[in-house]
Design a binder for this molecule. Structure first.
Ligand code: FE2
Ligand code: FE2
Length: 164
């Protein structure tokens, strides 16, 4: 693997752990607001992002590369509402899709074929991540400020059981 590709994948590892931290901060906010269902959903999402980071971590090592764990920035922990948390989650996932696309483009240009294959998994994953976030956001937009409906949403989010 060439140095440019290694550096870019290390940046993506950082981004995945950053995502994990971001979702954990969101979970903390929801917990404080007593939205325990949303908090559970976000904790599982945080765990999922950690797994994404580890997947690339293991990949770099398998390619005999050096993993560089860079600093993670402090995520924001204040949101206007429960709905705003998920609006931000969707925007976040859209930004991550852009990163993965950029990384794939670099690997393509550098003829890093094994890395392109590894990134196929992430391209597919981003389709799922955006779809899931978009569905949640659509429901929040539908119910607007209806407290009973928001509590229903929180309960529904709490039915998530896996970090996938
Ligand atoms: Fe991810
Ligand atoms: Fe996922």
């Amino acid at each position: 693997m060439n140095a440019k590709v290694f550096t870019a994948i290390n940046d993506q590892i950082n981004s995945e752990f950053q995502s994990s931290y971001t979702y954990l901060a969101m979970a903390g906010f929801c917990d404080r607001q007593k939205f325990y269902g949303a908090s559970k959903w976000l904790r599982l999402q945080s765990e999922e992002e950690r797994q994404h980071g580890l997947k690339l971590f293991d990949f770099v090592l398998a390619r005999d590369g050096v993993v560089e764990l860079k600093a993670i920035a402090q995520p924001s922990a204040n949101f206007e509402s429960l709905a705003a948390v998920f609006e931000q989650a969707l925007a976040h996932e859209q930004a991550v899709t852009g990163q993965i696309n950029g990384l794939y483009e670099l690997c393509f240009a550098e003829k890093a074929f094994a890395e392109m294959t590894e990134l196929h998994w992430f391209l597919t994953e981003q389709v799922e991540e955006e779809k899931t976030a978009r569905e949640i956001v659509a429901k929040f937009r539908m119910v607007k400020g209806d407290a009973a409906a928001i509590l229903d949403m929180d309960r529904e989010l709490g039915s998530r059981t896996t970090a996938r």
